[in-house]
Design a protein around this ligand. Structure first.
Ligand SMILES: Cc1cc2nc3c(=O)[nH]c(=O)nc-3n(C[C@H](O)[C@H](O)[C@H](O)COP(=O)(O)OP(=O)(O)OC[C@H]3O[C@@H](n4cnc5c(N)ncnc54)[C@H](O)[C@@H]3O)c2cc1C
Length: 442
């Protein structure tokens, strides 16, 4: 391995892997570093013996119709399977099929108030203001729970503009939702196979603590297996999560940039890494399929608004004794402070509420979760835009001095931020920018 690479890529999640693969293809030498002992970052699949469905501790769904992930899966002979199915909601203590779309009402209120042409505000201030007077309390509750559950956002902080754009008709919420049939780790296999190992060197267990940079030159200070080390390159692509960039200098995953990233401060102040808790519960059998005469045999989602975990889902179309309990936003942020034991207990209580009379504790076999908000290499689940942060993602993504480039889900500007697709796109974009600068020379 040469003493000085063309590019150091920090972070071997979807963005870093996509960037390294593209750079290798363009003939550049790359050192891909990650502090973890595995690739994938916020993609982390757990395969359990005897369980037909994968357990996804991080990303699980392919949102929208973007081709990136299905194309990657096809390269390793895997497929994306449709994950949409029946939705059942707990209403007055009884599970009922959801019929009308309250989301349509919220969209109509955004449109009639013409929110995008007005100064930005928080979603909450819109919902409590005069422009939402015509909205039913039920529709307002749905808007709050959607912002929390889907966007991992606090309705009091999230930008109304960002929400109105994301929820617009024909956008992400109207498109299909699928899953990699054999788990997201198959996507990692495809990404890993795409690396040209003659040019791209992957070094795991390497915690980058500082990055010294000047035009045409970077030096990373890191700890590898607990020992200090230094690595040099002509440029760097930084793909660490936005929460890591925001962390105080003495936080365990933080990177000291020298000189500091002053031009990124306005963006870092307007992007928030939201919280999510996802608890996967394996049961002895899919007991819900037999309840009430088999009415829920084809249920994909159960909604229990007002409950601490308002959304549960099954592994359909795969039939498996697995339920995932999900909460996002401020409630998740609070619960993230609790012990794993308490988190699992809360999730079990919610399942007990949705299926009254079922002896869920006797049925349970194991529970799994990862607390991303307390993980110093993630500092949260995924990013959202705070009020007034309309340009924050562009600002964060902008290269510095033809030497530092930025990728990661939070830097996506194609409407796919906070997702694996957004991370992949941002990695490809940053690789193209870096490649262009390297071709020009110092
Ligand atoms: C619970 C959960 C559920 C989700 N569900 C979905 C979903 O269903 N669909 C979807 O599309 N998206 C989902 N997401 C979001 C998706 O996982 C992310 O958008 C995507 O994986 C981010 O990729 P990335 O490369 O930008 O960041 P990451 O995957 O976080 O990669 C960044 C890497 O940087 C490394 N790193 C950090 N600090 C340092 C350091 N100092 N030195 C060296 N390395 C460092 C980290 O270890 C990490 O591997 C979910 C996320 C979570 C947490």
């Amino acid at each position: 391995m040469a003493d000085r690479q063309d590019v150091i890529v920090i972070g071997a999640g979807a963005a870093g892997l996509a960037a390294a693969a593209a750079l290798g293809r363009s003939g550049h030498t790359v050192l891909l570093l990650d502090a973890r002992d595995r690739i994938g970052g916020r993609i982390w699949t757990r395969l359990e013996p005897g369980l037909t469905a994968p357990m996804e501790l991080g990303a699980e769904f392919i949102h929208g119709d973007s081709p990136e992930t299905p194309e990657m899966l096809a390269q390793v002979g895997a497929a994306a399977v449709d994950a949409s199915g029946e939705h059942w909601s707990l209403i007055h203590g009884r599970l009922q099929r959801r019929a009308d779309s309250l989301l349509g009402q919220v969209r109509a209120a955004f449109e009639s108030a013409d929110v995008l042409s007005k100064p930005d505000a928080s979603l909450e201030s819109f919902l409590t203001g005069g422009a939402a007077r015509g909205l039913s309390e039920e529709a307002k509750a749905l808007a709050r729970s959607f912002a929390s559950g889907f966007d991992a956002a606090d309705p009091r902080l999230v930008s109304l503009h960002s929400i109105a754009e994301e929820w617009r008709s024909g956008g992400m919420l109207d498109s299909s939702q699928s899953r990699p049939s054999r788990g997201y780790h198959t996507a990692l296999q495809a990404l890993s196979a795409a690396l040209d190992r003659t040019r791209v060197h992957v070094r795991l267990g390497t915690l980058v603590t500082a990055l010294h940079w000047s035009r045409g030159s970077v030096e990373a200070e890191a700890r590898w297996l607990g020992r200090p080390c230094r690595m040099r390159a002509r440029s760097a692509i930084v793909t660490v999560p936005v929460g890591v960039l925001q962390a105080p200098a003495d936080a365990p995953g933080a990177i000291r940039f020298m000189p500091a990233l002053d031009s990124k401060q306005p963006a870092l102040e307007r992007l928030i890494c939201g919280s999510v808790l996802k608890v996967m519960l394996r049961f002895r059998r899919p007991f819900w399929e037999e309840r009430d005469g088999g009415r829920y045999a084809d249920a994909a989602f159960f909604h229990a608004s007002g409950s601490l975990f308002p959304t549960l889902w099954t592994a359909l179309p795969v039939r498996a004794p697995l339920l995932t309990a999900w909460v996002g936003g401020p409630a998740a942020a609070r619960l993230c402070e609790s012990s794993e034991e308490k988190i699992v207990r809360e999730a079990m209580d919610c399942i007990g509420t949705v299926f009254p009379g079922a002896d869920v504790h006797a049925e349970m076999q194991s529970a799994h979760l990862h607390n991303w908000s307390r993980d110093p290499l993630a500092c949260g689940a995924y990013s959202y835009v705070a009020v007034g942060g309309g340009h924050a993602r562009e600002t964060l993504a902008a290269p510095l001095d033809g030497t530092l480039f930025f990728a990661g889900e939070a830097t996506d500007t194609t409407g796919e931020a906070a997702t694996v697709t957004g991370a992949l796109r941002s990695g490809a974009r940053a690789a193209m920018e870096a490649s262009r600068h390297l071709a020009r020379g110092p």
